[in-house]
Design a protein around this ligand. Structure first.
Ligand code: CA
Length: 381
């Protein structure tokens, strides 16, 4: 509200004389009245910053304009551990939370304070999975070592196009920063996220695609329902456009090609052998296992730079689970219909034989288990 100061003719004359030399140009000057500050307001009443991100200057508008220099503001924060503010109005995000930044301007005439508040929300950073380039090529898919189950045959020639694959299973830090929930049983920033359904995994792919401005691969007709502990109900009408440049789950063929690590190995480790120094699996064969997941990247990477293809967590693949044929295939997608999705690589829960490159498993897409996670891929655009 506009405030008016009524002054005597004597004081008015004094002020009139001081106006220019004190920088008071532009004052709303009326005979018998004088207005110095009417109001102060932030240009934006809310601000969202990323934890540990770049400080941002808050802008305020004082009415009338040009009456108060910036250094005449006093800046305050209600929680300097969340967001601090300096004398120039730069806000530095410190940790996740909410703080109020208050700008105060004191009217020199009345000595009254004018203030406005900007609510600053500091959000966790979004952690983007690191990707490895897998140069496409031809390989023989299936169990070439006589160690597997019947569903790993017949052997068949497959060619896959180049793609990029996350170097590790998706971590809880990555998942939480994108999806705002963490359904894992074992908790830790760098532990792989588990207890995720196949639907959770594809929703993560879509969310990351949107975050990076890519076109989403997965479409569905229903609305995902997120439960109290972060579980996702089944998505209906799920379909995938593999030509899109967004993220998706690896096809079973891509996973096996990547797991072989240029070496056509038996086990999905760096050199094709399996031991407790090569991967996290149930080496004691205790039943039930006494182990747990471990932080990603603790074991040697294969020649593509991929970690934990052997063990730690089973990894959802894109495909419906189905039988193989002898036919040569290019970028196979598995079955077009089915009841189960493919899982690959074994886990901390399973014996060594499950960590073979050709080993296959399957799960209904709505199941969640603490030995199942995923990694992501994108086309190499
Ligand atoms: Ca794994």
């Amino acid at each position: 509200m506009k405030r008016l100061f009524y002054m005597s003719a004597i004081s008015f004359a004094v002020l009139t004389g001081c106006a220019d030399e004190n920088g008071f140009n532009g004052l709303i000057f009326k005979p018998g009245s004088y207005v110095y500050v009417e109001s102060i307001a932030f240009n934006d009443s809310v601000l969202t910053l990323t934890e540990s991100g770049t400080p941002q200057k808050l802008l305020v508008t004082v009415t009338p304009k040009n009456e108060v220099a910036p250094q005449e503001y006093v800046w305050k924060t209600t929680d300097s551990t969340v967001a601090s503010v300096n004398a120039l109005g730069f806000v530095t995000p410190k940790k996740t939370g909410t703080a109020k930044i208050i700008a105060v301007c004191t009217d020199k005439m009345s000595k009254k304070d004018f203030a406005d508040t900007c609510i600053v929300t500091v959000v966790p950073p979004v952690y983007i999975p690191a990707l490895a380039l897998i140069a496409g090529g031809a390989f023989t898919m299936g169990d070439q070592h006589g160690l597997g189950n019947a569903d790993e045959l017949p052997l068949h020639p497959v060619t896959v196009s180049s793609f990029k694959m996350s170097k590790t299973e998706i971590t809880q830090r990555e998942y939480l920063s994108m999806m705002a929930v963490n359904p894992s049983k074992f908790t830790g920033d760098l532990l792989p996220v588990e207890n995720v359904t196949w639907y959770d995994a594809v929703l993560f792919c879509n969310a990351l695609s949107k975050h990076e401005g890519r076109d989403t691969v997965y479409s569905y007709t229903g609305t995902p329902i997120v439960g109290s502990n972060g579980e996702t109900a089944e998505l209906t009408g799920i379909s995938a456009d593999m030509a899109k440049n967004g993220y998706r789950l690896p096809t079973e063929a891509e996973w096996e090609f990547a797991a072989q690590g240029k070496r056509n190995t038996k086990y999905a480790t760096d050199d094709g052998t399996i031991s407790t120094s090569k991967g996290n699996y149930n080496a004691t064969e205790a039943n039930p296992p006494t182990g747990s997941t471990v932080s990603v990247g603790q074991y040697p990477a294969n020649l593509y730079g991929l970690f934990d293809m052997a063990g730690n967590l089973w990894e959802w693949c894109h495909d419906y689970y189905g039988g193989y044929s002898v036919d040569a295939q290019i970028d196979p997608l598995g079955g077009t219909i089915g009841t189960h999705r493919v899982l690959r690589g074994g886990s901390w829960y399973n014996h060594a034989s499950y960590t073979r490159t050709a080993g296959r498993n399957k799960g209904k897409p709505y199941i969640r288990d603490y030995d199942v996670g995923f990694r992501i891929v994108s086309r190499d655009y």
